[in-house]
Write a protein of this length. Structure first.
Length: 164
């Protein structure tokens, strides 16, 4: 019994808000929590309609994703919050893939292009995966000559280094 207790204690000692299960439970139980994260990282004031966790987003003929926490705002915007504790790897590539796939799902069949809503993916990284020492990096589509944003309804990616 003592061995089981020590293993459980060790697991709980390693839990943080970036742990998948813990983050999910907190977001489900306290919908103001993901709204607060979104406002701090994006600057958006989000009026949350509802929060869903572990949502499979299908990609017919390609790789699906499972969004850890999806926040649906009353204005139609969707935010995907992804806690990430990996030190290395494809955090940026994973974030871009989530952004593109989520962005592709922002229009219902037969909808007009003007109806597209904005979406954001927020990668909460335990480590500085970009190696730049910056807390928040915003990645979006820009016109390379003018530096202007292509669309206000763009699919945005935020890489947030949250362990500083």
């Amino acid at each position: 019994m003592h061995d089981v207790d020590s293993k459980v204690k060790m697991i709980l000692d390693e839990e943080t808000l970036l742990s998948d299960f813990t983050f999910r439970i907190v977001c489900e139980c306290f919908p103001d929590f993901p709204s607060y994260i979104i406002s701090i990282i994006t600057g958006d004031d989000v009026d949350v309609e509802h929060v869903r966790t572990q949502v499979r987003i299908m990609n017919p003929g390609g790789r699906d994703i499972i969004a850890d926490v999806l926040v649906y705002a009353k204005d139609g915007c969707v935010y995907d919050i992804e806690p990430n504790s990996y030190r290395e790897g494809e955090s940026v590539e994973r974030g871009l893939y989530h952004t593109h796939l989520l962005g592709a799902k922002m229009l219902a069949p037969a909808s007009a292009w003007q109806e597209r809503k904005r979406c954001c993916v927020i990668m909460l990284n335990k480590h500085d995966v970009m190696g730049e020492g910056r807390q928040i990096i915003r990645i979006e589509a820009l016109d390379t000559e003018s530096g202007k944003r292509v669309s206000e309804k763009d699919a945005l990616l935020f890489m947030a280094f949250v362990s500083a």
